[in-house]
Write a protein that binds this ligand. Structure first.
Ligand SMILES: C[S@@+](CC[C@H](N)C(=O)[O-])C[C@H]1O[C@@H](n2cnc3c(N)ncnc32)[C@H](O)[C@@H]1O
Length: 223
C-alpha cells in the first residue's frame, strides 16, 4: 500500500527498504538509540502500567516494545513509510507483541480524525521530518489523555548549521526529503495550550527529550 501524501513529502523515498533494513539491524544488535532509551525511561518513571499508547513515526517500534514490556496494554503505530511498517510488523512478531500492536500506514496529520485517544502519545525524531509542525503537534497532543513524549532537535546555531548541511546533501542527491528545525517555542506553546505541563527534560547531543503530563483539572468547590 502506498500513500500519495507520504510520497509527496518524500518519506517513502527517504525511509526506503535499504535504509530501514540497516535501522532494524542496528536495533537488533545495539538496542534503541540513547535518546529513545531516555524517552522510554522517562515515560516509565511516570507509571505506564495498563495504559494505551499511540506511537507516531515509530520506525521499527523501539518505544512500543519498551512500553509493552513495562505494562502498557496496547499500541497503535501510525507510520508514513511502508518499508518501516513491514519491518515493524516483522519485529513485533519476533518480540511476541504482534497481537498488541495495530499498524496503520499513512501521514498521521491526514489520519488523526480517525484515531482514538490514547493515554500516551510519542513522536521520537519525527517533528524534524515534517514541514507542518503546528498540525502535527496540535493533532497529536490533542489525542493524548495523560502523557506526551517527544524527541526533537535543539534549536541552536550548531543544529541550524548541521541542518543546512544535511539539506544541501539532500539537494545534491536530488532528494526532495528535508530536515526541518522547528522552534522549541512553537512546540511548547501548542502542547501547553492543549493542557500539558513539562514533567521531564533532558538534552543529549543535538536532541531534546521532553515528557509532558496532562495538568489535573482544578477541583471545583461546592457552593
Ligand atoms: C527519523 S525517523 C525516526 C524513527 C523512530 N521514531 C526512531 O527514532 O528511530 C522519522 C519517522 O517518522 C515518520 N514520519 C514522519 N512524518 C510522519 C507523519 N506525518 N506521519 C507518520 N509518520 C511520519 C517517518 O516515516 C519515519 O519513520
Amino acid at each position: 500500500m502506498s500513500c500519495r501524501h507520504c510520497k509527496a513529502i518524500a518519506i517513502e523515498e527517504h525511509f526506503d527498504q535499504k535504509y530501514v533494513a540497516k535501522e532494524l539491524q542496528l536495533y537488533r544488535t545495539e538496542g534503541p538509540e540513547n535518546t529513545t532509551e531516555a524517552l522510554i525511561d522517562a515515560l516509565i518513571a511516570e507509571g505506564v502500567s495498563g495504559m494505551t499508547h499511540l506511537d507516531i513515526g515509530g520506525g521499527v517500534g523501539a518505544i512500543q516494545h519498551g512500553l509493552l514490556r513495562a505494562g502498557v496494554s496496547s499500541c497503535i503505530s501510525v507510520e508514513a513509510s511502508s518499508a518501516y511498517i513491514e519491518a515493524a510488523k516483522e519485529e513485533a512478531q519476533r518480540q511476541g507483541h504482534a497481537e498488541s500492536i495495530k499498524h496503520q500506514h499513512g501521514n498521521f496529520v491526514d489520519l488523526a480524525a480517525e484515531i482514538p485517544q490514547c493515554d500516551i502519545v510519542t513522536l521520537d525524531r519525527v517533528i524534524c521530518c515534517y514541514h507542518g509542525v503546528e498540525d502535527l503537534v496540535e493533532k497529536s497532543s490533542a489525542l493524548s489523555g495523560k502523557l506526551y513524549g517527544v524527541v526533537y532537535p535543539l534549536n541552536n546555531r550548531k543544529v541550524r548549521i548541521l541542518g543546512a548541511w544535511e539539506n544541501l546533501t539532500y539537494r545534491l542527491h536530488r532528494s526532495s526529503f528535508r530536515f526541518f528545525m522547528h522552534p522549541t517555542e512553537v512546540v511548547e506553546d501548542i502542547v501547553r495550550r492543549n493542557g500539558f505541563e513539562r514533567r521531564f527534560y533532558r538534552e543529549i547531543g543535538t536532541w531534546q527529550i521532553v515528557v509532558y503530563g496532562r495538568v489535573a483539572e482544578p477541583v471545583k468547590e461546592r457552593s
